[in-house]
Design a protein around this ligand. Structure first.
Ligand code: PLP
Length: 421
């Protein structure tokens, strides 16, 4: 459920007419609903109330500091994968004790910054990373709380590019090697083992792969405890999928997921962490764009927008589907015709949808891409020297620009011409 609904024939974000924002901010822009973000966070937080738990929002899904503050103020923790994301979480007022540091390639600088600033735990993905963290921590006379990310060799049955829990994926430590790595971790100075971490992929629409992975983690917990390790925390990762197409059967709900978590690991008495990104943010955002031209040929009709693949890359990168809806509600019974919806970028990959059924639209008409809150603005670039798309946050009848569109002059000012040229 989200808060982007037609009212009096105009698409609103909560109580704000999106066309009003378009008139003030210009298009394209991203718009997020505070009520939807709040609702989705609380669904997880409430569903996990059977255990001590922390819902750590995966910052990489939507990393605007205002959004992080909104979630942090609700009590959310943060899952970060870089020094930049760590800095964003801190700038949003989230204490280090609620920040989990994930990622396969943490540098020593990033480790040091998080250790000094405060961190809940590092999710360590390899033996060399573990040794580097030990050196950095002892160098600072600090102790690094650590969970090892295990790779359970489970097929998440999702898109190839976002599957992370199979043997051939670069993530985590093979689960059969985990006891040896835990023994090494326990012996290293500056390292304190606190738990186990697992994350098998994103946009999972079935609980079964999660269940397989969590059962393996439960077995490993028992085994490691028998070897003397204090496994008190399980980080179960993110990955629960969202409905991108209104007409499709919806994926499992956070409550279904939480019941499965309770069934698989609830008996262990561990504190539970989860790291949802897409489910919290995905349907909390839309991308609003204008039609620049309607181009017609014998067999095709192209709707050319002022938003491009640089603003929303998911269709080009993953072949992803986004529902596209006009801001002005089409009258009932209007004739829908097939359109290819494309951007202005000089690549054929800059195609959002092919043969999409839409009502008649022309230059200046506004439309919205739904489900554009996660892995959307964060992946935007200035390819083709198109200014980075701005972001707007709505709460009730208020809205604010939370990241402004740079001017062309500001973009140019970032380049410099060497004296010797
Ligand atoms: C990307 C990622 C997540 C979030 O995944 P979603 O599918 O957005 O819920 C959580 N944890 C880790 C380690 C990740 O890399």
């Amino acid at each position: 459920m989200d808060h982007f609904l037609y009212r009096d024939g105009r698409l609103h974000a909560e109580d704000v007419d999106l066309a009003t924002i378009a008139a003030e901010v210009g298009t394209p822009f991203y718009c997020y609903s505070a009520a939807t973000l709040t609702r989705h966070y609380r669904l997880f937080d409430d569903a996990l109330s059977f255990a001590d738990h922390l819902v750590c929002f995966a910052v990489k899904a939507l990393s605007n500091v205002a959004v992080l503050k909104l979630l942090g103020d609700l009590g959310a923790g943060m899952d970060v994968v870089s020094g930049g994301e760590y800095a964003r979480a801190r700038a949003a007022g989230v204490p280090g004790a609620r920040i989990v540091f994930s990622g396969v390639g943490k540098t020593r600088e990033e480790m040091a910054r998080a250790l000094e600033g405060g961190v809940r735990q590092f999710n360590v993905e390899s033996a060399p990373e573990l040794r580097a963290l030990s050196e950095v921590a002892t160098g600072l006379c600090l102790t690094a709380p650590v969970a090892l990310r295990v790779n359970p060799d489970v097929d998440a049955r999702t898109h190839e590019k976002i599957s992370t829990g199979r043997k051939q994926d670069k993530f985590g430590i093979a689960i059969e090697d985990a006891p040896a790595r835990y023994a090494e971790a326990a012996a290293l100075p500056g390292i304190e083992v606190v738990g186990i971490d697992v994350h098998i992929g994103s946009q999972l629409i079935d609980l079964d792969p999660f269940e397989q992975a969590y059962r393996k983690v439960a077995e490993l917990t028992v085994e490691l405890r028998a070897q003397g390790h204090d496994i008190r925390r399980l980080d179960l990762g993110g990955g629960l999928g969202i409905p991108y197409q209104r007409d499709n059967a919806p994926p499992p709900l956070p409550a279904d997921y939480a019941r499965m978590v309770e069934r698989t690991v609830g008996h262990l008495g561990c504190e539970i962490e989860i790291e949802p990104g897409r489910l919290v943010a995905g349907n909390s955002g839309v991308l609003v764009a204008s039609v620049v031209y309607l181009k017609e040929a014998a067999e095709r009709r192209w709707l050319i927008l002022d938003a491009g693949m640089n603003d929303l890359i998911r269709p080009a990168m993953y072949g992803a589907h986004h529902d596209i809806v006009p801001l002005a509600e089409p009258p009932a019974g209007v004739d829908l015709t097939e359109h290819d919806v494309v951007g202005p970028v000089c690549e054929s990959a800059d195609t959002f949808a092919r043969t999409r059924l839409l009502p008649p639209m022309g230059p200046g008409d506004l439309l919205a891409f739904r489900s554009a809150g996660a892995y959307a603005a964060v992946m935007a670039s200035e390819y083709n020297s198109r200014p980075l798309v701005p972001e707007v946050l709505v709460r009730g009848d208020q809205f604010a620009v939370i990241r402004a569109r740079p001017t062309i002059d500001e973009m140019l000012a970032r380049d410099s011409i060497p004296e010797w040229l």
